[in-house]
Design a protein around this ligand. Sequence first.
Ligand code: URA
Length: 240
Amino acid sequence: MGEIVRLQKYIAMCGKASRRKAEELIADGRVTVNGEKAVEQGIKVEIGADRIAVDGEELEMISKKYYIMLNKPVGYVSTVSDQFDRPTVIDLLSEEIRTRIFPVGRLDYETEGLLLLTNDGDFTYRVTHPKFEMSKTYLATVGSGLTVSGINALRRGVKIDDYKTSPAEVEILDADNTATLVKITIHEGRNRQVRKMFEAVGVKVKGLRRISIGTVELGNLPLGRWRYLTTHEVNYLMNN
Ligand code: URA
């Protein structure tokens, strides 16, 4: 008998989606088990025995897992395909790893820097789920007007949309009359969070680059290039 796992885990193990996305696929009625539509989240399936399909396409277990770091340039979307036909981060990967790999979270179109990609849904879950509070560090070039009280507010947490951000580490690296270079570390990953945090204290972000996730650093990887993560980096991100 094969291993018994929950349906959303199975879908993630096949590299189709993260566990959270898999739950959405199930809720949307897009998943079948042995030809029957799966409607309950808790369903368990047997690896190697049950046939699972999403949108009618049968899933296969991943034989090889990929863990990649990309230095994303501005002007690329962090999705597998784009409704406006803009270039995607997948276009920057080599042919042999393009299939079935997906970005781990997102960077905005105008943001550059460290983006992870994988076909391992469990890895995505560990890195992106808010409960693991994975830290992410950015270098932000912001316009003039950042005050001491603004910096303290960023450190304590600011109100954006309908929530208050959790405490952030903020360090001023450089400043002149027109711009300030700020290193900021956050432990969440809401949509456009860093830009909105600076907006909340009255300054505009002119440039944004992610330089690390946890202790995994972009280092000197050139813009637009990618590399495999080391085993050490994968283990750290999986167990953090
Ligand atoms: N915060 C942002 O505002 N944009 C990103 O791409 C990532 C974090």
